[in-house]
Every structure is written in structure tokens, then in C-alpha cells.
Design a protein around this ligand. Structure first.
Ligand code: FE2
Length: 429
């Protein structure tokens, strides 16, 4: 008779069905009601949402947890953030970057965030300290967290005199994905050229592409068009993502009606970063002030895969954050006005399975034969999880429990009211 190493009883799957989940080693054995199998450990998760793990398809782990060093971003703009990052880079050592990144990975696991795609600056020798540090971190966390690295010439592939060489060296060292920043090159023409060359590098090496693309309020920034075109030309369909795409917010509607089918046809995925887009964009506006996030519902309606990223936590660009992808989904659904029940569930998918698919991970989903990585939330369904930014009660990675948290309650003692216990705004008993 088969014995499970771990049996989770009575969880609620994202589709609302109740099931037990039997795990053996690193693999899910069965997902069905009332599994009677023997197990080394049985955990009752009755009534709690059990979901595939959270996934962050866009982050900057070489900068995270550096907030205030050497100073804060006074204007709050993207451009001052880039300048501030340039001040910080020479000051930080490889060991310091690695320690901060590992601390962030601990936060991530505690939040059920088990896959992260991090860009790493490859503009210069200072950036390569981050490359070496994050390659070491990728190795150290690989048994419980999938860390993908993107070679990201932050200061411009052509604009920085050392970026081209350092980006190639980073890829030679084992960085997984080719990045870029065409809107930060000196001219639109240079931006277009950088998209072409970087896509050619990816095609030659058989790598994926994920570019910061059009992270600006300038409606004329149209490098996503070139990215979709090069994806088609080089046969990279399904392997390319455009991150941010904020200029699309401000583009002419007629042009967007041509652009969205091009992106869909090329199989290019989109990765908006709601917390950061709403914070950094529109800073040059008076009123009305643009939100700056790209056109998420419209892209979904064209069949374009969209995954929400976190982008920044406590760094030169963003002064908050806790590795909580439910914060990201919460902000995303507000800014995109995706407030119907079906749309809110799509937002949950955008921080779990859709982002896993965009990252090319093999095993998103809870089904027999899949990798046993999941998160149990103090919520009854995905929408409640977003509403509460629900506690992660249990995190399982590769079949092992890697984080546990007790349910929290507040005891109320109110004049004229019976003694009561509040479970953080939950409607269920
Ligand atoms: Fe970014």
C-alpha cells in the first residue's frame, strides 16, 4: 500500500472544490476528497484555501532591502531612483548583496512566494558584483525557491560604455535570461537597435527574453512594437516578455488597436508591476494625473498572457513592501479596475499560475504528478485571500513544510457588546 510523506486534509482548491492532497517525497500523489492513505504527517487544513505557490515574475534582488542607502529618493521618480542606484552600487559589496538577497528569500518563503524572476544590473563591474552574489543565492535556495536571473543593462545597453560587454559576461557566467531597457537608450533609434541585438543574442543562445520596455509616460515610446516584431522574426514566440509597458497607458487608442494584436500574434507576455507603476508614473503630471499602469484588461481580452510583478521592496525606487504578492494583486485589481468576481480571480492567477507559465516553470498547478509546492491561506477562496491579504498558514516546497503560521485572532472587549473574537474581517464562522 502506498504511504504518503504528507497528507493535507480538507483544503479548498482555487476552483472551490474540497479535496485532500497526498504528497510523497517531492511529488503530489493524489488530489481528491477523503483520501484514506497512511501518511507520515497529517495536517488538517479544513476550510482553508490551498493554492499553487505565489510567483513574482519581475523583481530586483540586487537592490532589495537597501532603502535609505546612501539616501532616500527625494523626488520619488524612476530617474532619481536610477541615479540613486548608481550611487549605491560602488558602495555595496558582494557579501552584502548576497546577505540582503537571502534575507529577502526568507521573507518570500514565509509569504508562500516560491518562484522569483529577478533582474540583475549588468551595466558595469559594480553590477557584476550583484551577478555573482545572485548566482550564489540561486544555488543556495534552489531546493525550495526557483530563482531566475535576467541580465539587465540598467544604464542602457548602448548608453553605458561597459554594458554590452558586462551583459555578455553575465550570460556567460550563467544568468538565465536576456534583459534590456530600450526606453533609456539615448535615442528611440538606439532603443530599437538594442531590442534587435538583445533578441538576437537570446536566439543564438537559446534563452528567454524579458525587457524593461517603455517604462515611461511618453506615448511615443513604442519599443514593445519592435519587441513583438523581433520575437516573430527570430522565432522566439512564447519565450519573450515585455515588463512594465507603462507608455501604453498614454498611447493613442487607434495605435493600441493595432499594437495589441501584434503582441498577441507574437506570443509576447506582459508583466505590469502595479505597486511601482502607480508610484513612479505620472510624476511629471499635474492634474489629471495618469495612473501609468499598462492596459491589463484589454491585453487579457486579446489573449495576451499577463503576470503581475512586485518589482521593488525597500530599495531606491520603493520604500515599502513585504514580499506579499497579494499586495500586488490587490493594487493591480484596483488600478486596472478589475473588480468583478471573475476579474479578481484572474488577478489571483496573475500572481500564481499565469506568472509561473510566463517564467516557463514546469509544474504550476495542484495535480497528481506535479511538484508538491503549495501554500495554505487563512481564507476560503482567492478573492477573500486578496481582500484580507490572508495569512499564509502553511507553505510546502518540494514536498517539505518550509513555513507554518498560527491563525491570528483579536479578542474584543467592548462596552455593551458580548465578548467576541474577531478573525480579521472574515465572514465565515
Ligand atoms: Fe523593474
Amino acid at each position: 500500500m502506498t504511504t504518503a510523506t504528507l497528507l493535507l486534509k480538507g483544503g479548498v482548491l482555487p476552483d472551490g472544490k474540497t479535496a485532500d492532497i497526498a504528497i510523497s517525497g517531492e511529488t503530489i500523489l493524489a488530489v481528491q476528497p477523503a483520501i484514506g492513505m497512511e501518511a507520515a504527517e497529517v495536517i488538517d487544513i479544513s476550510g482553508h484555501l490551498v493554492s499553487p505557490p505565489f510567483v513574482d515574475p519581475h523583481f530586483h534582488m540586487d537592490a532589495t532591502l537597501s532603502y535609505g542607502q546612501p539616501r532616500i529618493n527625494r523626488s520619488g521618480t524612476l530617474l532619481e531612483g536610477i541615479g540613486l542606484w548608481g550611487e549605491l552600487k560602488p558602495l555595496q559589496g558582494e557579501e552584502e548583496i548576497e546577505a540582503r538577497a537571502l534575507a529577502y528569500c526568507d521573507w518570500a518563503v514565509s509569504m508562500g512566494l516560491l518562484a522569483i524572476r529577478s533582474h540583475v544590473d549588468t551595466s558595469d563591474e559594480h553590477g557584476l558584483k550583484g551577478v555573482r552574489a545572485l548566482l550564489s543565492v540561486r544555488e543556495k535556495v534552489k531546493d525550495y525557491l526557483d530563482l531566475q536571473l535576467v541580465a539587465f543593462p540598467q544604464d542602457g545597453f548602448y548608453r553605458s560604455p561597459t554594458a554590452r560587454d558586462c551583459t555578455i559576461r553575465a550570460l556567460d557566467l550563467g544568468v538565465d535570461i536576456v534583459g534590456g531597457i530600450p526606453h533609456f537608450e539615448r535615442t528611440m533609434a538606439d532603443g530599437r537597435r538594442s531590442v534587435t541585438e538583445l533578441c538576437e543574442i537570446a536566439a543564438e543562445r537559446g534563452l528567454m527574453v524579458d525587457m524593461h520596455c517603455d517604462e515611461t509616460d511618453d506615448p511615443q515610446s513604442r519599443h514593445i512594437e519592435q519587441l513583438a516584431c523581433e520575437t516573430q522574426r527570430l522565432g522566439l514566440q512564447g519565450r519573450v516578455a515585455g515588463s512594465h509597458l507603462t507608455s501604453m497607458h498614454s498611447m493613442d487608442n487607434y495605435y493600441v488597436s493595432k499594437l495589441l494584436p501584434l503582441i498577441a500574434e507574437a506570443g509576447v507576455a506582459a508583466i505590469p508591476n502595479p505597486l511601482i507603476n502607480i508610484t513612479l508614473q505620472g510624476r511629471h503630471d499635474t492634474y489629471p494625473r495618469r495612473r501609468g499602469m499598462t492596459r491589463v484588461p484589454e491585453m487579457l481580452n486579446h489573449g495576451i498572457r499577463v503576470g503581475f510583478g512586485q518589482d521593488c521592496v525597500l530599495d531606491p525606487w520603493y520604500s515599502l513592501g513585504t514580499a506579499d504578492m497579494l499586495d500586488v494583486a490587490f493594487m493591480g485589481l484596483h488600478v486596472a479596475q478589475m473588480t468583478s468576481p471573475a476579474d479578481m480571480r484572474r488577478c489571483f492567477d496573475m500572481v500564481t499560475q499565469t506568472s509561473a507559465a510566463i517564467m516557463g516553470l514546469d509544474d504550476p498547478g495542484l495535480a497528481p504528478g506535479k511538484r508538491a509546492s503549495l501554500v495554505v491561506l487563512d481564507a476560503g477562496d482567492p478573492v477573500e485571500a486578496i481582500r484580507l491579504r490572508a495569512d499564509r498558514l502553511l507553505v510546502v516546497s518540494h514536498g517539505k513544510v518550509v513555513a507554518r503560521r498560527a491563525q491570528t485572532e483579536t479578542a474584543l472587549a467592548l462596552p455593551g457588546r458580548p465578548a467576541n473574537v474577531s478573525r480579521r474581517f472574515q465572514v465565515r464562522g
